[in-house]
Write a protein that binds this ligand. Structure first.
Ligand SMILES: [Zn+2]
Length: 84
C-alpha cells in the first residue's frame, strides 16, 4: 500500500463504496483518499460509513434516511425483519 494506489473506501458524497486513490499516508496507515467518482478528498474510513462521522456526514445520513434514499443500514433493518 502506497501513495497513488487504488483502494476501496466509503465516500460520503457518493454515499457508497467507490474506487479511491491514496493521497496521504501516516506510516503504514492510509490517512487520506480521493474518490475517483466525485474527486473529493476525505479521511480514509476503512470502507465504513459510520466509524467517524463528522457533523455534516451525520446530518447527511439523517437527511438521507428521512428522504428514504439511504438503503444500507445493515444491522438495524435485519433485526427488524426478524419476526420470530
Ligand atoms: Zn465520491
Amino acid at each position: 500500500m502506497r501513495l497513488g494506489d487504488d483502494i476501496d473506501d466509503y465516500c460520503s458524497r457518493c454515499k457508497r463504496s467507490t474506487d479511491h486513490s491514496i493521497v496521504s499516508m501516516v506510516g503504514e496507515e492510509v490517512s487520506k483518499v480521493r474518490c475517483r467518482t466525485c474527486n473529493s478528498e476525505h479521511n480514509f474510513k476503512h470502507n465504513k460509513g459510520s466509524k467517524e462521522m463528522t457533523a455534516k456526514e451525520a446530518f447527511d445520513k439523517v437527511l438521507a434516511s428521512v428522504t428514504g434514499a439511504q438503503q444500507s443500514i445493515p444491522e438495524t433493518s435485519k433485526a427488524k425483519r426478524r419476526k420470530k
